[in-house]
Design a protein around this ligand. Structure first.
Ligand SMILES: Nc1ncnc2c1ncn2[C@@H]1O[C@H](COP(=O)(O)OP(=O)(O)OP(=O)(O)O)[C@@H](O)[C@H]1O
Ligand SMILES: [Mg+2]
Length: 353
């Protein structure tokens, strides 16, 4: 649906060009929710603005729906922008217009629709975002979450194929954030709209996205399915973002370094393995004791996961590790390897810079 090939972007600075993006290759499939995460200044907004050509790349090509649009102009550019809705962190609503007036605005701009048709479309859009009763209010009379629902309805007005959300929930409290993310997922399911979601929060990615790219200083440093990137962060920038989302993020390092005299492993339970009483049985079968050093349990979208760092000691540690793997548990050895079991850590193919 969206393809960025070798994209670079620099801005003019007083001592010459300042690079914001450098060699970005990204592909977003039709109908998916694709997350782009990175800390402040990583280049997220610049990247998303290149997709609807609010910014032009310094180098590289932009494709939308299979068409090269890198230097689209005139009617073609307007058409492209209509097919890509955008949701902003600070809502960007028109304060002099009512809720209905804000949603009607992009439809009026096209000059293609009569009053009755606009009214009908606006009513349907407000129903979709749960704001029918607020149609005649002004933005100042709404909560942040309600304002963002207006922003989403407005972005959907011209029936876009793509929705770009730049920190759409960053100004909202956690509960409202959850409700707005649920709404975005419902829109994705019901309308098949491709969503590109930009955020600096790993929790937003975990709850919402299918795949994610991690942006660090203008480069994609890690990319893959959310489950993979969230549970097995590889780049320092990703690890930092995952750590920020943990109540006691330090454990990711501290537990791995703890030396209890046993074999320290990181166990990841996903899919059917997330619910089965596997660890105790395998420990018994191999006469191994385990100490849980740290862990996290939760959901990635609807799918449950559990991840523990445990220390294994006893008769047949290699046998226990093999048994865990045979039961569908992902086992990563922390520190040195043990001869009897092949380390799988290096085998997982994923694009990493
Ligand atoms: N119009 C501009 N002129 C000059 N430099 C810019 C411009 N827009 C962005 N930059 C620079 O490009 C880099 C990336 O900025 P960008 O806004 O894309 O980051 P971001 O990841 O969205 O950050 P944040 O999380 O704070 O929104 C920064 O160094 C920024 O200063
Ligand atoms: Mg930004």
């Amino acid at each position: 649906m969206i393809r960025l090939e070798g994209i670079s972007k620099s801005f003019a600075g007083k001592d010459g060009p300042v690079p914001a993006l450098d060699g970005i290759d990204l592909s977003v499939a039709r109908g998916e929710i694709f997350g782009i995460i990175g800390s402040s200044g990583a280049g997220k907004s610049t990247l998303v603005r290149l997709i609807n050509l609010l910014e032009r790349p310094t180098g590289g090509e932009v494709f939308v729906a299979g068409e090269r649009v890198t230097d689209a102009k005139g009617e073609r550019l307007r058409e492209l922008r209509r097919s890509i809705g955008m949701v902003f962190q600070h809502f960007n609503l028109l304060s002099a217009r009512t809720v209905a007036g804000n949603v009607a605005y992009p439809l009026e701009l096209t000059g293609r629709y009569g009053k009755a048709e606009i009214a009908a479309r606006v009513a349907a859009l407000l129903a979709r975002v749960g704001l029918s009763e607020h149609a005649h209010k002004y933005p100042r009379q709404l909560s942040g979450g309600q304002k963002q629902r207006v922003g989403i309805a407005r972005a959907l007005a011209c029936e876009p194929q793509v929705l770009l959300c730049d920190e759409a929930t960053s100004a909202l409290d956690p509960q409202t954030t959850g409700a707005v993310l649920d709404l975005l997922r419902q829109i994705n399911r019901d309308l098949g709209v491709t969503i590109v979601l930009i955020t600096h929060e790993m929790d937003v990615i975990r709850r919402t996205c299918d795949r994610v790219a991690v942006l660090d200083r203008g480069r994609v440093v890690e990319e893959g399915p959310v489950t993979e990137v969230f549970l097995h962060p590889r780049h320092a920038a990703t690890l930092r973002l995952v750590r920020e989302a943990e109540p006691d993020g330090g454990w990711l390092d501290a537990a791995a370094a703890a030396d209890l005299g046993g074999r320290t492993v990181r166990l990841t339970f996903t899919g059917p393995a997330a619910h089965k009483p596997i660890l105790g049985r395998i420990a018994r079968e191999n006469a191994v004791d385990y100490g849980i050093l740290a862990g996290r349990v939760g959901h990635i979208r609807e799918a449950p996961y559990a991840q523990f760092i445990v220390s294994l000691a006893g008769r047949d540690v290699a046998g226990a590790i093999a048994g865990l793997r045979a039961s569908g548990v992902d086992v990563e050895l922390q520190g040195g390897d043990i001869p009897a079991s092949p380390a799988r850590i290096e085998e997982r193919p994923r694009h990493v810079v």
